[in-house]
Structure formats: structure tokens, C-alpha cells
Design a protein around this ligand. Structure first.
Ligand code: ADP
Ligand code: ASP
Ligand code: MG
Length: 480
């Protein structure tokens, strides 16, 4: 079998219950007949949220509630396992492995409840349990189909820095470990099923790569093993022109560039973790997004260069969990270095700034940060500018959380004049008020801030303006 390796990642909904896991096993087994395959799996859908909830309950001192969550998760996994694996001995073996992981989780929660403290390290240990539970089940389901499979915890493979909750890989070590652990399995015809989302520091402390991080796990392993391609199997047909939950007429984009896909991910398109393409950028490995519920569809191919659609705008995205911070007042023109001090402050508090805009009158600087960074950032800014506020050079530092950022993304927008104008006309027609606007330095993104209540209307109007819905769909809709 000298075809190049494929790394396949399956998200939470794709392993959401026994029927889904059986479908995943089929996809993996079929692919592995043709070429070596490494599978990467997420926790069953909703499980990571429940685990984090259990951790928080425990930290609040409510150990019983945390244990009740564990009892429910135990049931959920047991039920799935019962219908997945028929062979009694094999099922008992997987069940024993799950039981050990549940015991570990309960111990972690009891400890947290006792201390009433949840360290980032403990939170990672608890939130990682979902992947550690799903991987042995998926491996078992693959074996049920007659293939050989083994589950592997990514703590053995992905070596990361120690940024708990958002760790990054140390690629040289990760490459060595992945080769040493996975290559022999592949050579023996065994399909490794690796836990997504997690890694470990050099010292062996478990870390997580951030919410939605299993996509990143897949590309990290793809790069580490020199894979021919990475396939991210999810619950939609690929990268679409907009989130189909918000814009039902969105359609699948057949091919898109790394940069476009990264812009979409960065501005909230949940279909890809924002760091997914970092890992494969150097090697240029293509990444596919496909639907595990409709494997006959080809999905989206993400390549270094993508494919031009001529018109510039490829897709839209929106991000809701953001806050707009404004520093303003007629005096700020005269205050030296306001911009510099503002962004040194955001850097000091490690706030992630998503968009920056300075109003034309130069009386205001506003920028958007993720909602979880907002309070910390505003507090730090008020401190930094306390003296200027006291002397009325800075009039106000305000924060607005009822906003959303909508981004228009496309690699060739630089050569397509009028994108901004058309966007604003379309929004004007819908009566959507634009609070701020910014064009990314890459010119593959124009983003604007609207009130959250207007977000859906803004997406729909822009989607229509740039003709992003499939023509077929459009004519069908008109004909009906
Ligand atoms: P998984 O559990 O497989 O990782 P996610 O829920 O993380 O799946 O991501 C898939 C979801 O991303 C889709 O169900 C869809 O609602 C959402 N999404 C947001 N923007 C887009 C987009 N542009 N294209 C496709 N899906 C999108
Ligand atoms: N299970 C993790 C999460 O829910 C990672 C992932 O699904 O990618 O964030
Ligand atoms: Mg995801």
C-alpha cells in the first residue's frame, strides 16, 4: 500500500451516537482498504460542554452536581457501547477502559470540589475526558467491521507548550513521537484512532488545544506524518458561503484557499478551528471538509492557492461573542500616542483584538475584542488613561456587548472595486446600521460591526447582493 497517508477527523456530531459511530467506522474502514489512515476523533457531541459544566460545579463546591453529570455521561457512553460492539469480551474490554477514565474524572472533580478551585490544568484534564472516552469506542466499532484498530491518546503524540486551554504544538518533538508510535501500527495494518483536542507538555502534563481544537489535532498529525491529505468530516457539506444555520440558502464552496478559509475561521466560521491551517501551511497539505452524514458528496478542498471565482467575494461569516470598546472624546487628537498606549494595554492583558477602526473625525478609536476579554481590557484601559480622563483629554472609554462582526471574505477582493460600496448599499436597503468598518491588511476581508439584532439581516442582504446562493437553488426558488 504505497498510497499517501490520509488523516481523517470526525467531529462531535459525527460521533454523536452509536449509529453515527458505526457510520464513521464504515468510512474509516473503507478508506483504509485503499491507503493508510489515521483517524482523529472528537468527544461525542455535547460531552465537552457537560464536562466543563461538571468542572465548574465542582469548583463552586457542588461536588454532587458534578457527579450527577458524570453519572449521565456514563449512561450515555454505556448505551452507545452496548449497541456498537456485539462481542461480549471485546465490549467488556472497552467498557473497562471507559470505566477507568470515568473514575479518573470523578476523582478530579472531587478534588476540585474539595479545594473549591479549578486550575487551568485541572480544567484541561477534565474537559479532555470526552475524547479519551470516544476514541476507544470508535476503535472498537472499526474492529467490529473486521479491521484492526487501536485507540491512542494524543498525549503520547502531540507535544505542546504549556498554554492550558489553547496550547500549540512543538512540531519537531511531535513529529518524532508520532512517527515512533503510529508508523509501526500503520505498517502492521492497524488503524490508529487518536483523541482529538489534546496534547501534553514535554513534562507529560495534559493540555488542550482550545475549544473545537480537534480540527487542529488532525492537521498537526497530518503535518507530523507527512500525510497526503487531511479530511475533516463534519455535519455539513463543506465550507459554505455562510453559516447555513443563519443563511439557509448558503451553498458549498468547492475549493477555497488557506487564507480565505483561515479568515472565515478567525471570524467565527465554526466549521474550522482558527488554527487548523497553521499546521499544514508549510507543507501545503490539502485539507478537505466533508459531510460524514453524506459521504458521497465531495465537499470543499482547501488548498494553498484556492480557486478564483472571478468575482472576489467568496463567503461571509459573523461572530457574536464580541464586544466593541471605544475610546473617545474631542481631546484625543491632541493626546500623544493614544493608539500606541491603547494597544500596548490590550497586549499586556493578552486581549485578542479582532478589528480596529478609527472614525474619520479622529475623535474615536474603536476596536473589537472577544467577549471574554472585554472586562479585563476595559479595566486596564481605564487605569492606563485615568490621568487623561481626569484632565478631560479622554472623554470616555465605553464597551458595547450587543454587537456582532460580519466579515466579507475573498482572496481577490483587492482587484474587485466596489465591494465595500455594494455591501453598504445592500445593508442600507435593509435598514441595517453600520457601527464601524475595517478592512483587513490582507485585503481578503472587509469586516463591519453591526448591532447583534441586525446580524442575520446583514448576512442575508450581503449574501444576496454578491449572488452567493447557488444559481440552481435560486431558479428553483423562483420557479416554485
Ligand atoms: P464538528 O463537531 O464536526 O467539529 P462544528 O459544529 O464545530 O462541527 O462545525 C460545523 C458547523 O459549523 C456547521 O454545523 C455550521 O453550522 C457551522 N458553520 C459556520 N460557518 C460555516 C460555514 N461557512 N460553512 C459551513 N459550516 C459553517
Ligand atoms: N470536544 C472539543 C470541543 O468540544 C474539541 C472538538 O470538538 O473539536 O471543543
Ligand atoms: Mg468543530
Amino acid at each position: 500500500m504505497n498510497k499517501p497517508l490520509q488523516v481523517m477527523k470526525f467531529g462531535g456530531t459525527s460521533v454523536g451516537d452509536a449509529a453515527c459511530i458505526a457510520r464513521v467506522a464504515q468510512i474509516v474502514r473503507d478508506a483504509a482498504r485503499e491507503r493508510p489512515v489515521v483517524a482523529v476523533v472528537s468527544a461525542m457531541s455535547g460531552v465537552t460542554n457537560r464536562l466543563i459544566e461538571a468542572a465548574n460545579r465542582a469548583a463552586a463546591g457542588d461536588g454532587d452536581q458534578a457527579l450527577a453529570i458524570f453519572a449521565a455521561l456514563r449512561e450515555q457512553h454505556k448505551t452507545a457501547l452496548a449497541s456498537l460492539i456485539r462481542d461480549d469480551a471485546k465490549r467488556a474490554q472497552v467498557a473497562a477502559r471507559l470505566e477507568k477514565i470515568f473514575d479518573e474524572g470523578e476523582r478530579l472533580c472531587k478534588g476540585t470540589a474539595m479545594l473549591k478551585e479549578l486550575t487551568p490544568r485541572a480544567l484541561d484534564a477534565i474537559s479532555s475526558l470526552g475524547e479519551r472516552l470516544s476514541a476507544p469506542m470508535v476503535a472498537g466499532a472499526i474492529e467490529e467491521l473486521g479491521a484492526r484498530s487501536e485507540s491512542v491518546e494524543a498525549t503520547e503524540l502531540i507535544v505542546t507548550d504549556s498554554s492550558h486551554g489553547g496550547a500549540d504544538p512543538l512540531m519537531d518533538r511531535t513529529r518524532e513521537r508520532s512517527e515512533a508510535r503510529l508508523r509501526p501500527l500503520l505498517e502492521q495494518g492497524v488503524i490508529p484512532v487518536v483523541t482529538g483536542f489534546i496534547g501534553a507538555t514535554k513534562g507529560g502534563i495534559l493540555t488542550t488545544l482550545g475549544r473545537g481544537g480537534s480540527d487542529y489535532s488532525a492537521t498537526i498529525l497530518g503535518a507530523a506524518l507527512g500525510a497526503g491529505e487531511v479530511i475533516i468530516w463534519t455535519d455539513v457539506d463543506g465550507v459554505m458561503t455562510a453559516d447555513p444555520r443563519l443563511v439557509p440558502e448558503a451553498r458549498t464552496i468547492p475549493e477555497i484557499s488557506y487564507r480565505e478559509a483561515s479568515e472565515l475561521a478567525y471570524f467565527g466560521a465554526k466549521v474550522l478551528h482558527p488554527k487548523t491551517l497553521h499546521a499544514v501551511a508549510q507543507a501545503g497539505i490539502p485539507v478537505w471538509i466533508r459531510n460524514s452524514f453524506a459521504p458521497e458528496r465531495t465537499g470543499t478542498k482547501i488548498t494553498p492557492k484556492g480557486r478564483s471565482n472571478g468575482g472576489g467575494v467568496k463567503a461571509l461569516t459573523a461572530i457574536r461573542d464580541v464586544a466593541l470598546i471605544t475610546i473617545g472624546g474631542p481631546g484625543i487628537v491632541g493626546v500623544p500616542d493614544v493608539v500606541g498606549r491603547t494597544f500596548s494595554t490590550t497586549a499586556e492583558v493578552h486581549a485578542s483584538v479582532l478589528l480596529i477602526s478609527q472614525s474619520s473625525s479622529q475623535n474615536d478609536i474603536c476596536f473589537a475584542v472577544t467577549a471574554s476579554d472585554a472586562k479585563r481590557t476595559v479595566d486596564a484601559l481605564r487605569k492606563e488613561f485615568a490621568h487623561d480622563v481626569a484632565h478631560e483629554k479622554v472623554e470616555h472609554i465605553t464597551v458595547d456587548s450587543n454587537i456582532a462582526i460580519v466579515a466579507v471574505v475573498g482572496e481577490n477582493m483587492r482587484g474587485a472595486p466596489g465591494v465595500a460600496g455594494r455591501t453598504f448599499n445592500a445593508l442600507g436597503r435593509e435598514g441595517v446600521n453600520i457601527i464601524a468598518i475595517a478592512q483587513g491588511s490582507s485585503e481578503s476581508n472587509i469586516s463591519f460591526v453591526v448591532f447583534e439584532k441586525d446580524m442575520k439581516a446583514a448576512l442575508t442582504a450581503t449574501h444576496r447582493e454578491f449572488g452567493l446562493a447557488a444559481p440552481v437553488e435560486e431558479s428553483k426558488a423562483k420557479g416554485s
